[in-house]
Design a protein around this ligand. Sequence first.
Ligand code: CA
Length: 538
Amino acid sequence: MKNISKPTKIGLLTLPFMALNSIAAELPLAVSDDTFLAKTVAKRDNLAPSIERVEEQKLTAAKLENAKNKYGSKPNIVLILLDDVAYGDFGVYGGGNTVGAATPNIDAIANQGLQLNNAYSQPSCTPTRATIMTGQLPIRTGLLRPMLPGEGTTGIGLDKTSTLPQKLSNAGYTTQMVGKWHLGTFKEAQPQNVGFDHYYGILTSSDDYTAWNEQWRNPDLIHDKARNEWAKEGEIMSIVEGSRGEEARKVSPIDMESIRFVDEKLTSKATDFIASQEDTDKPFFLYYATRGAHNDNYPHPDFIGKSKSKYPYKDVIVELDHRIGEIKSSLKEAGKLDNTLFIITSDNGPFVEAFPDSGVTPFRGAKGTSYEGGVRVPTIAYWPGMIKPGQVSDGLFDLTDIYATALSVAGASDLLPTDRYIDSIDQSAFLLTENGKSHRREIFYWASNALMGVRIAEYKFMVKDQSFEFTDTWPKSSPFQSTVTDSLYGGKLFNLHIDPQERYAMTPLKQPHAPVLMQAINKHLKTFVDYPPAIKIK
Ligand code: CA
């Protein structure tokens, strides 16, 4: 190689273009699995385009066929969704005791499976839960933000014909949901009426059960008799239970003391369900969405003060880690562990307004934002004998992908809807191949009805801004109450590898990259011309 003059001597910006080109031509090109310019292919017009990896897909199909022959049934799927648990909370993600709460069970599962370092949720509860159930981004279903008290009682819910549990049910699965739903409380919207055979859990968010009865935030609702009666009747203050076709009935009241036992009760229900499947070859889908660690946290008495830091959130993390260990043990006892795809993830980043009752993210922003802190979530896939232990991947994964991936491992990809646009990408080969590569080239960031930006490889290009400093809200700095505005000067481009905290937008330096990212955004927006969104895009 010719000796290249140091740019500092010449002054890079004063170099003529020809000289720059000749330097570029002399530099060796790195051989990599780069996805920046990767080609994507859509199998049908209504399916999100993905990166094809023919060999890995063939290996995966053979692997699934072998497993089916070995176990005599399709694989079970267990999805554990934690609430507001942050990227930095688990030991394997740099958290654990370092941030005040050990997570030995979760860490062991990650070490025996695949840890995803670039998995994405939506910015808050309801939208993420909707994407997992539908394989569609929230703008397509209208489930854009958390349902607040009173809002889930009518109107919008899921289309029961196309949910993941209904599709798996059509593919021969028993479908059980345990835990937090947050996708509508009225009868037709309840889990057991949109695809699950049976439901046991809490229909809304944990704080809906406590906020009205917390001395520090709502003393008027506690001490005024009429207001107290009204508040008490305002929500379904109970764990509820129901089977397909029924309206869920109240089975276990929730108050300021019994809320401490909710995650224990949910876990018992989940492990009882798993035990009940011991003698059947019928595959099952168990969706277990925990109460914790949504604020405000009230750990089980066995876990009060048991975390290193002794804060309620941290105690609940220790409890949840224990509960996840119980689920894993019950799968083993029922002889189902080896034929089960087990996924653990969280529905959004930490709710930092509740600090110190909140999680830890190494990124910028938090729940409610499209900064990495709001949407990059810990995600672990575990399947003994099928997922090689000890893998860590930086491949892109969107929680919408659970939909198509679950149908794929169930041998039911032919059940993917044809009448609507599906954002979910089948990532089964990514999960099941040793050192597998993601099929996803782009993450699209949405905040409510605004398309915020896109990530491809290490580049994140934001076409809108999100700010969370206000004079008229409390807390004054609230990611959850952030506002979206157009980004000035044509967008902000971050390199997440060298700037994971999105501190330095490098748009002027990265002009050559911008067209690739803009093209992806425009292509994504075009899907809404062909398949109009439920709500107008901002
Ligand atoms: Ca949440």
